[in-house]
Design a protein. Structure first.
Length: 122
Protein backbone atom coordinates (compact mmCIF):
# COMPACT_ATOMS: atom_id res chain seq x y z
CA UNK A 1 0.00 0.00 0.00
CA UNK A 2 1.09 3.53 -0.69
CA UNK A 3 0.58 4.61 2.91
CA UNK A 4 3.15 2.01 4.07
CA UNK A 5 5.96 3.87 2.26
CA UNK A 6 7.90 5.90 4.84
CA UNK A 7 11.33 7.47 5.08
CA UNK A 8 13.34 10.55 5.92
CA UNK A 9 12.20 13.66 4.07
CA UNK A 10 14.04 15.00 1.07
CA UNK A 11 15.61 17.39 1.44
CA UNK A 12 16.70 16.18 4.85
CA UNK A 13 15.53 18.34 7.74
CA UNK A 14 14.85 18.28 11.45
CA UNK A 15 11.25 18.18 12.66
CA UNK A 16 10.75 21.35 14.72
CA UNK A 17 8.07 19.84 16.93
CA UNK A 18 9.98 16.71 17.97
CA UNK A 19 13.61 17.72 17.42
CA UNK A 20 14.16 14.48 15.50
CA UNK A 21 14.42 13.60 11.85
CA UNK A 22 11.44 14.72 9.76
CA UNK A 23 9.65 11.82 8.09
CA UNK A 24 7.50 11.63 4.97
CA UNK A 25 5.12 8.92 3.91
CA UNK A 26 2.76 7.78 1.21
CA UNK A 27 2.49 9.60 -2.09
CA UNK A 28 4.68 12.48 -0.90
CA UNK A 29 7.56 10.13 -0.07
CA UNK A 30 7.34 8.49 -3.49
CA UNK A 31 7.43 11.96 -5.12
CA UNK A 32 10.52 12.75 -3.06
CA UNK A 33 12.10 9.46 -4.15
CA UNK A 34 11.49 10.37 -7.80
CA UNK A 35 13.26 13.69 -7.27
CA UNK A 36 16.22 11.89 -5.67
CA UNK A 37 16.50 9.39 -8.53
CA UNK A 38 16.26 12.05 -11.23
CA UNK A 39 18.65 14.40 -9.43
CA UNK A 40 21.40 11.85 -8.81
CA UNK A 41 24.17 11.27 -11.33
CA UNK A 42 25.08 7.66 -12.11
CA UNK A 43 28.27 6.94 -10.15
CA UNK A 44 27.60 9.61 -7.53
CA UNK A 45 26.64 7.20 -4.73
CA UNK A 46 29.75 5.27 -3.61
CA UNK A 47 27.94 2.16 -2.44
CA UNK A 48 25.39 2.07 -5.26
CA UNK A 49 27.22 3.24 -8.39
CA UNK A 50 24.40 2.47 -10.86
CA UNK A 51 21.77 4.51 -8.97
CA UNK A 52 20.43 7.65 -10.66
CA UNK A 53 20.32 8.87 -14.26
CA UNK A 54 22.71 10.07 -16.92
CA UNK A 55 20.68 13.27 -17.46
CA UNK A 56 23.51 15.50 -16.27
CA UNK A 57 25.75 14.24 -19.09
CA UNK A 58 23.24 15.70 -21.57
CA UNK A 59 23.33 19.17 -20.03
CA UNK A 60 25.29 20.88 -22.83
CA UNK A 61 23.63 19.08 -25.74
CA UNK A 62 21.62 21.06 -28.30
CA UNK A 63 18.00 21.62 -27.26
CA UNK A 64 16.36 19.61 -30.05
CA UNK A 65 14.05 16.62 -30.59
CA UNK A 66 16.92 14.15 -30.24
CA UNK A 67 17.76 15.50 -26.80
CA UNK A 68 14.10 15.29 -25.76
CA UNK A 69 13.96 11.62 -26.82
CA UNK A 70 17.20 10.81 -24.96
CA UNK A 71 15.93 12.48 -21.80
CA UNK A 72 12.62 10.62 -21.94
CA UNK A 73 14.43 7.31 -22.45
CA UNK A 74 16.83 7.95 -19.56
CA UNK A 75 13.99 8.86 -17.22
CA UNK A 76 11.84 5.85 -18.08
CA UNK A 77 14.77 3.46 -17.72
CA UNK A 78 15.94 4.88 -14.37
CA UNK A 79 12.50 5.00 -12.79
CA UNK A 80 11.67 1.48 -13.96
CA UNK A 81 14.86 0.23 -12.31
CA UNK A 82 14.88 2.27 -9.09
CA UNK A 83 11.25 2.95 -8.18
CA UNK A 84 9.22 -0.23 -8.76
CA UNK A 85 6.21 1.18 -6.87
CA UNK A 86 5.27 3.32 -9.87
CA UNK A 87 4.71 2.75 -13.55
CA UNK A 88 5.46 5.68 -15.84
CA UNK A 89 2.48 6.30 -18.12
CA UNK A 90 3.86 9.41 -19.79
CA UNK A 91 7.24 11.16 -19.75
CA UNK A 92 7.19 14.21 -22.00
CA UNK A 93 9.89 16.78 -22.35
CA UNK A 94 8.62 20.28 -23.02
CA UNK A 95 11.15 22.46 -24.78
CA UNK A 96 11.28 26.21 -24.42
CA UNK A 97 14.08 28.59 -25.25
CA UNK A 98 17.06 27.48 -23.19
CA UNK A 99 15.06 25.20 -20.88
CA UNK A 100 13.70 21.69 -20.76
CA UNK A 101 10.86 20.68 -18.49
CA UNK A 102 9.86 17.13 -17.72
CA UNK A 103 6.15 16.39 -17.39
CA UNK A 104 5.97 13.01 -15.71
CA UNK A 105 2.73 11.09 -15.24
CA UNK A 106 2.69 7.81 -13.38
CA UNK A 107 0.46 5.36 -11.60
CA UNK A 108 1.18 3.70 -8.27
CA UNK A 109 1.31 -0.03 -8.89
CA UNK A 110 -0.30 -1.09 -5.60
CA UNK A 111 -3.43 1.04 -5.64
CA UNK A 112 -3.76 2.45 -9.16
CA UNK A 113 -3.53 6.00 -7.88
CA UNK A 114 -2.27 8.48 -10.47
CA UNK A 115 0.42 11.07 -9.87
CA UNK A 116 1.99 13.85 -11.87
CA UNK A 117 4.96 16.14 -11.47
CA UNK A 118 6.75 18.78 -13.51
CA UNK A 119 10.51 19.21 -13.09
CA UNK A 120 12.84 21.74 -14.70
CA UNK A 121 15.82 19.98 -16.27
CA UNK A 122 18.03 23.00 -16.93
Amino acid sequence: MIEDVKGATFPFRIDESSGGIAWAGGREKIRQNLRVILGTRVGERPMLREFGTRLHSLLHSPNDEELAELVESQIRQSLLQWEPRILVTSARVEREEGELRLRLEYVHTDERVFGQMVLPLS
